[in-house]
Design a protein around this ligand. Structure first.
Ligand SMILES: [Zn+2]
Length: 125
């Protein structure tokens, strides 16, 4: 999917407005239980939970974060399978001689930061 619209500085042009609308339509099916989602605007940078109306307003006013090219927090599938992710994670642990305690701490923080992916870390905990 073309993400070049993220770089458009004129956020009033049709291409930008249509692209924000397409993003909002995509995210509509991935709201949390409180009808909120992470706001990918340049100010919030996916750290804040907002209503879809607020997210749309932020995207028009502030623009989408340039670095948010893969919309994994908004329903876009990632290429990495769960198994591949776990194998890579264990590989990093072994290569760096992480203690089990530090690895568990990493999994806990991943679980808190990405609650929608909690099932991944629960496999190892
Ligand atoms: Zn925002």
């Amino acid at each position: 999917m073309d993400r070049s619209w993220i770089q458009i500085s004129n956020r009033l042009c049709k291409e930008y407005v249509d692209s924000v609308e397409a993003f909002v339509n995509l995210v509509e099916n991935h709201l949390n239980g409180e009808e909120k989602t992470r706001c990918p605007c340049r100010n919030c940078r996916n750290m804040e939970l907002k209503s879809l109306d607020d997210v749309e307003r932020h995207l028009h006013r502030l623009g989408m974060s340039f670095s948010y090219q893969r919309w994994v927090l908004h329903g876009e599938e990632i290429d990495l399978s769960i198994l591949t992710f776990l194998v890579k994670l264990m590989h990093i642990k072994v290569l760096n001689r992480w203690s089990s305690k530090s690895f568990d701490m990493l999994l806990q923080i991943l679980k808190k930061a990405f609650p929608e992916c909690a099932n991944i870390s629960s496999i190892l905990l």
